[in-house]
Design a protein around this ligand. Structure first.
Ligand SMILES: Cc1cc2nc3c(=O)[nH]c(=O)nc-3n(C[C@H](O)[C@H](O)[C@H](O)COP(=O)(O)O)c2cc1C
Length: 149
């Protein structure tokens, strides 16, 4: 069975909810933890899902610190941002985050969730659609591609 872990840095809670939706698409018992509680060593995992929010055009500070400590051949990166997720800006933000990973890490997938700029400083309201079904599908797709490698 695939041995995965989900770690996240979240301020207002969106990426936390998305992280749990990702874990729901992975084998039962897959750990889903804040970067405050993440393990020191990621080498025993087949796949690491690393989540953060975009702050000042890059990963948020706690997310950056975590990314620097993650080393794995199969890292799946997920983030929230208020910029257009299809924009050149968004790809640059993700790229700068990915480059923080430990040397020789490999990226198996990326997932971006858009946050309405009118809501971004607040915790998500009840009923705010975070498209958790898409996050779960991203996890399932990533795992099935990994199994096919
Ligand atoms: C202080 C702050 C700065 C932000 N800066 C950016 C930014 O530069 N670009 C962007 O696309 N989104 C930016 N965002 C939007 C966040 O990525 C978005 O609100 C995200 O949903 C927060 O994730 P969280 O709910 O998990 O904390 C910023 C949010 C905050 C709170």
């Amino acid at each position: 069975m695939m041995n995965a872990i989900v770690v996240y840095s979240s301020q207002t809670g969106r990426i936390e909810q998305i992280a749990h939706a990702i874990a729901a698409g992975l084998p039962q018992g897959t750990p889903c933890v804040s970067v405050d509680d993440m393990p020191d060593d990621f080498s025993s995992y087949d796949c690491v899902f690393a989540g953060f929010w975009i702050d000042e055009n890059q990963a948020d500070p706690k997310g950056q610190e975590a990314l620097k400590k993650i080393g794995n051949d199969h890292v799946a990166v997920f983030a929230t941002l208020y910029d257009d997720p299809y924009s050149d800006q968004a790809s640059k933000h993700l790229r700068s985050a990915v480059e923080l990973l430990e040397p020789d890490s490999g990226v198996i997938g990326t997932y971006v969730a858009w946050t309405d700029k009118d809501k971004y400083m607040h915790r998500p309201e009840a009923g705010e659609d975070l498209h958790l079904d898409r996050a779960k599908a991203f996890a399932q797709d990533t795992l099935s591609r990994l199994k096919g490698q």
